[in-house]
Design a protein around this ligand. Structure first.
Ligand SMILES: O=c1ccn([C@@H]2O[C@H](COP(=O)(O)O)[C@@H](O)[C@H]2O)c(=O)[nH]1
Length: 290
């Protein structure tokens, strides 16, 4: 960066602005074949693009973020990626934060290439934040850290995921007595405190399923940290957690929650989309305000 260039606001600062405006909803873009059929769209890259672009248009100014699930575009190969690129371009133009649900993880040098693909400025697949799988070691994620530190990007590290199969792995206890899930929360908090101490909200967050009893994963929701830990919370709606219960589920860390719903918003056809987004956005805002 040249001396006269203004540094990009951090991802955490951009999230904090969304929260301050009362926006906590993250709308999932998951073009399942069944949902495409309900919308009268073909199960093709074109259908997935139409759904994605309609979700962007209906979410701007209402939702805090969008979360495209990459697998539903990847299944169409290069046509799917081209479709996704146009969805992402719409989101950038609309100014909505995008969390790419890509769940990438690998040895450090390979992971760095994933970070280039999803976080580099001007990349066709550029998003604001990506989900990452840290189970090859938290430090394997370091190829993404320059994007987070200097270019306003964010990460959501899988810690305690919403699927029932996760429990056996993520509640496993390490030599230092921490569960694997809690160790990812601690690593994210340490990174934020070390690198972005002045921000109200960190740029490295965690994925915590809304379907879980978080204390059973060794996660203390009463612990106040600075910067606040951003939490991407899937599991509301179709998976059973109620968005109205968000404050109870997340306790003291609820003020930095991005509550995701995908199928429960997208189901029933495109006519219901805008109303469902507004309804869920209001419910989560009220739940967390209370
Ligand atoms: O722990 C996790 C991590 C990611 N997901 C993803 O979120 C959405 C949830 O979709 P719903 O239709 O609201 O159930 C989906 O893309 C998952 O892959 C998750 O569910 N749990």
């Amino acid at each position: 960066m040249n001396a006269d260039q203004v540094p990009a606001p951090s991802f955490g600062a951009r999230l904090a602005a969304e929260f301050a405006a009362g926006r906590h909803l993250c709308v999932g873009i998951d073009p399942h074949p069944g949902l495409l059929a309900e919308w009268g769209l073909p199960d093709s890259a074109e259908g997935a693009e139409r759904m994605g672009r309609d979700v962007v248009a209906a979410s701007a100014g209402v939702a805090a973020a969008l979360k495209p699930q990459i697998s539903f575009y990847e299944r169409f190969g290069s046509a799917g990626f081209a479709a996704l690129e146009r969805v992402l371009a719409d989101a950038r133009a609309a100014g909505v934060l995008v969390v790419g649900d890509v769940k990438r993880g690998d040895i450090g040098s390979t992971f760095a290439a994933y970070a280039d693909a999803w976080l580099a400025s001007g990349s066709p697949l550029e998003v604001d934040a990506m989900t990452v799988a840290p189970y090859m070691g938290f430090e394997t994620l370091s190829g993404a850290f320059p994007y987070v530190r200097e270019h306003g990007k964010g990460l959501f590290v899988l810690a305690a995921t919403s699927n029932p199969e996760a429990r056996a792995v993520q509640t496993a206890v390490r030599g230092d007595g921490q569960t694997l899930a809690a160790s990812m929360v601690a690593a994210a908090n340490e990174w934020n405190a070390r690198e972005h101490a002045a921000d109200p909200v960190g740029s490295v967050g965690v994925v915590l399923g809304a379907t879980l009893a978080l204390d059973e994963f060794g996660i203390d929701t009463a612990a106040r940290v600075s910067p606040a830990l951003p939490v991407l919370a899937p599991g509301f709606g179709h998976q059973g957690a109620r968005i109205e219960d968000a404050a109870e589920i997340f306790g003291g860390i609820g003020h930095a929650v991005l509550a995701n719903e995908s199928r429960s918003i997208l189901g029933g056809g495109s006519e219901l989309l805008a109303g469902r987004i507004r309804e869920r956005a209001t419910l989560i805002a009220e739940a967390l305000r209370a």
